[in-house]
Design a protein around this ligand. Structure first.
Ligand SMILES: *[C@@H]1O[C@H](CO)[C@@H](O)[C@H](O)[C@H]1NC(C)=O
Ligand SMILES: *[C@@H]1O[C@H](CO)[C@@H](O)[C@H](O)[C@H]1NC(C)=O
Ligand SMILES: *[C@@H]1O[C@H](CO)[C@@H](O)[C@H](O)[C@H]1NC(C)=O
Ligand SMILES: *[C@@H]1O[C@H](CO)[C@@H](O)[C@H](O)[C@H]1NC(C)=O
Ligand SMILES: *[C@@H]1O[C@H](CO)[C@@H](O)[C@H](O)[C@H]1NC(C)=O
Length: 201
């Protein structure tokens, strides 16, 4: 009888601390799972919702059909720049689709050519390469004296700028607008009929 009474009175004393320990362990696990889930969500969000802007670059420039006149009363030049343009999608997920985009080539502050990038698509972790011909002519230049002295120096500096209008498409659900830009400076060597010192940034 005394033993039975002991057992009854001991039972609750042993039981309550155990279930308290269990529930506090449970809370710790739940918190840990929430923290892990939160950081996983953050990682996915940075990968999917904030895709990197694709890289945009000119790999090479070849000069075709180069003609120039040195007569100082009517100096002129005409040529075609055949540029190899590369769009590199550095993202692990999603493809980058871009629209037809227009850019310009300048000699000094005046436009001498139009750069037309055709629409295209760069898949995840891939590079889309295109040959883009640009017709360049001195027709738009107003200062013949300066052009004449530039031509007789044998070197002409050209600048180009183009901005792509495109979207990153992530798993056909999400679209994020991305507009990579390309700025280049190149020096045209008249006697060599070639571009030297191509710099893009
Ligand atoms: C360049 O093209 C323009 C227009 O087509 C022409 O008038 C000019 O003579 C050309 N220049 C040369 C050096 O061929
Ligand atoms: C330069 O051009 C002018 C007018 O276009 C012409 O009269 C002259 O003969 C040309 N000079 C040379 C050296 O070709
Ligand atoms: C690019 O320029 C051409 C004319 O040279 C024009 O027809 C076309 O609409 C322009 N494209 C864009 C995207 O602005
Ligand atoms: C023309 O020559 C001047 C100096 O004589 C130079 O400052 C300028 O950058 C040159 N322009 C081009 C388009 O090469
Ligand atoms: C232009 O090109 C020619 C032929 O390739 C070369 O001999 C010359 O040094 C170049 N000029 C300059 C200023 O680099």
């Amino acid at each position: 009888m005394t033993e039975d009474h002991k057992a009854k009175s001991l039972a609750p004393v042993e039981d309550y601390p155990r279930s308290d320990e269990k529930s506090s362990k449970c809370l710790v696990y739940m918190l840990a799972i929430m923290v892990i889930q939160g950081s996983l969500l953050l990682v996915f969000a940075t990968i999917f919702l904030r895709p990197q802007t694709p890289r945009f670059d000119i790999g090479s420039v070849a000069v075709r059909n180069f003609k120039y006149g040195t007569n100082s009363s009517a100096p002129s030049f005409n040529l075609t720049l055949v540029t190899q343009v590369a769009v590199e999608n550095t993202n692990f997920f999603g493809d980058f689709r871009f629209e037809n985009s227009n850019g310009s080539v300048w000699c000094g502050s005046e436009v001498v050519g139009q750069m037309k990038i055709p629409k295209g698509r760069a898949q995840a972790r891939a590079i889309e390469r295109m040959n883009v011909p640009i017709d360049v002519s001195s027709l738009g230049l107003s200062d013949t004296n300066r052009l004449s002295s530039n031509i007789s120096s044998g070197l002409l500096e050209l600048n180009s700028y183009v901005k792509l209008s495109g979207k990153m498409n992530i798993m056909k659900i999400m679209k994020r607008r991305r507009n990579p830009e390309l700025n280049c400076i190149m020096t045209l060597n008249l006697t060599g009929k070639a571009v030297q010192d191509l710099k893009c940034y």
